[in-house]
Write a protein that binds this ligand. Structure first.
Ligand code: MRU
Length: 350
């Protein structure tokens, strides 16, 4: 069951075309980015969002920008490419996939220091394209491992959007749900609306409806009610950055869902690619949390909800301590506690 939409792709003339996620689900329109500044803007304004998707957007943005660098030497070319990468990484601080993707393209460029400069942009484009294809394969593998954990029948709760829209396709947490449905399991999904930006109500609900998977939208504060009534069997969410000890940053509100799941004895899983691991951080306390504009809380769709002058806090992510996580589903299998041992092993560290 592939997605029937394309999150991000090249246009015929080498620009980047992405489905504008700020306009979904009411309008299905595409934004075209023709330079790295436009890609950075698309990431910052969340026309493209979700940890893997912004990583791929950054890689494609760098490859596109590489074509316009006019440098006399490899060193000068590389310095410009590094600068472009840094400007893309600055757009959103929490999802580590962004820095991971930029590092990967820079590493590829380094390996090309002895080839003619004119050939490098084409090679970077090929790498970014490969990352996009690879991401879909990774998500299918996550889906395969994850679906084995899903009971049959199951009422699954998910938070935010970790679907095809948040990746190059298929999704991580939504990939697990899709794979369970593809395996013939009887699945129903509780979709948390996910205030303040409503990624659940606007995006996950849209994706699941298009995939024909039965879904019910709830406001975030209803999750405990349905868990208490025994109407949730399984929780799966995505991740933006996972520390070495398994502490996981994901969309604000995830932590509360995890605590509720534990209180009700419901399995709580995180689904994420290896590229979301940040083994350089020992615990989640070191993960930078993006603070976004207060208007995202005081307004909805440009309409004010709160009295003018009220202060509003708007952390975009929270950190769920590893102790609340029953397993982290990756493309290489499911990591379990103690994560300090299982995550480095899966990542290929000694
Ligand atoms: O602020 P967003 O919409 O980019 O946040 C997205 C999430 O928190 C997702 O759950 C996470 O990036 C995983 S996407 C596969």
């Amino acid at each position: 069951m592939p997605d029937d939409f394309v999150t991000i792709d090249w246009t015929d003339d080498g620009a980047i075309r992405l489905i504008d996620q700020t306009r979904l689900p009411l309008e299905e329109v595409y934004a075209v980015c023709v330079n790295a500044d436009e890609v950075a803007r698309a990431i910052r304004t969340m026309q493209v969002r979700g940890a893997p998707a912004i990583g791929i957007a950054a890689a494609m943005g760098m490859a596109m920008a590489a074509r316009t660098i006019h440098a006399p030497t490899f060193a000068a070319f590389y310095a410009s490419l590094e600068e472009i990468g840094a400007s893309l990484v600055r757009t959103r601080p929490t999802a580590v996939n962004l820095a991971w993707a930029v590092r990967r393209l820079l590493r590829v460029a380094q390996g090309l220091r002895n080839v003619p400069l004119a050939e490098i942009p084409g090679r970077l484009t090929a790498e970014a394209t490969a990352m996009r294809e690879e991401d879909i394969r990774i998500n299918r593998a996550i889906g395969k491992y994850g679906q084995e954990l899903v009971p049959n029948p199951a009422r699954i709760l998910t938070h935010c959007n970790a679907g095809g829209l948040a990746t190059a396709g298929y999704g991580t947490a939504v990939g697990v749900i899709r794979a369970a449905a593809e395996a013939g399991k009887h699945i129903k999904v509780w979709v948390d609306e996910t205030r303040p930006l409503l990624q659940g109500a606007r995006l996950t609900a849209w994706e699941l409806a298009r995939a024909g998977i039965p879904a019910t939208l709830i406001t975030d504060n209803m999750a405990g009610h349905f868990m208490h009534r025994g109407e949730v069997d399984f929780v799966v969410v995505g991740a933006d950055r996972i520390a070495r000890n398994g502490d996981t940053a994901n969309k604000i509100g995830t932590y509360g869902v995890a605590v509720l799941a534990r209180a009700h004895g419901i399995p709580f899983y995180v689904a994420a690619p290896i590229s979301t691991l940040d083994l350089s951080l020992n615990t989640g306390a070191e993960i930078p949390i993006e603070e976004r504009a207060p208007e995202e809380v005081t307004e909805i769709g440009g309409r004010r909800l709160a009295p003018s002058g009220i202060r509003a806090a708007n952390p975009a992510f929270d950190v769920t301590p590893a102790s609340y996580i029953d397993g982290i589903i990756t493309e290489r299998g499911v990591a379990r506690s103690p994560y300090e041992e299982s995550l480095p092993r899966l990542a290929g560290e000694a």
